[in-house]
Design a protein around this ligand. Structure first.
Ligand SMILES: [Zn+2]
Length: 178
């Protein structure tokens, strides 16, 4: 099922919902469709264009959002799908300071890695093998990341995500698909 980007009345991206849920928001007059996907939804009585981006009609106060959740998908997006040691295609998650040696499972200590580097590095510190990271790992920032971390994507969303850090995210997405 396709997903739909939901914006607050202020145009701040709130999240991604399944198409059916977005359609209910529109039909209940709680949201307006800003972009159509080009597809149509058929019910017994009517046919409506499927939305791709909707905007809530009333502003919703969003409680403080903690750091972007550390998921495999979000991590691969942050690192452009590339191994942070050799630049090859990443297939695994590596703890820079190995967990067995007290390393945390946190944005600052995890990187995307290829299987070979992960295997060669094993449970050693970088200084022990003379390796360096291509970038210093840090938690992603910007609301666009919360959307990208879901793994759902639609080119129609981009203009709405650009003010929220999507350009950096985009460059990384292109890194993945390249
Ligand atoms: Zn590698």
């Amino acid at each position: 099922m396709p997903h739909v980007l939901v914006l607050n009345a202020s145009y701040e991206p709130l999240g991604v919902v399944p198409l059916r849920r977005a359609l209910v928001l529109v039909l209940e007059n709680k949201a307006m469709c800003l972009e159509e996907s080009g597809a149509y939804m058929h019910s017994a009585t009517c046919t409506v264009p499927a939305p791709s981006v909707v905007r809530l009609k009333r502003f919703v106060r969003v409680p403080y959002r903690g750091p972007v959740p550390l998921t495999r998908r979000a991590l691969f997006a942050r690192d452009g799908g590339r191994c942070m040691y050799c630049g090859g295609v990443a297939t695994s998650v590596d703890h820079v300071i190995p967990k067995s040696r007290g390393g945390q499972h946190a944005w600052e200590n995890v990187v995307a890695s290829c299987r070979r580097c992960n295997h060669v590095k094993a449970d050693r510190h970088l200084v022990e093998i003379g390796w360096r990271l291509r970038h210093k790992p840090a938690p992603p920032t910007g609301l666009a990341w919360r959307i990208i971390g879901t793994g759902h994507r639609d080119p129609r969303w981009l203009p709405y995500l650009q003010p929220f850090g999507a350009d950096e995210a985009l460059a990384r997405i292109e890194g993945i698909s390249a």
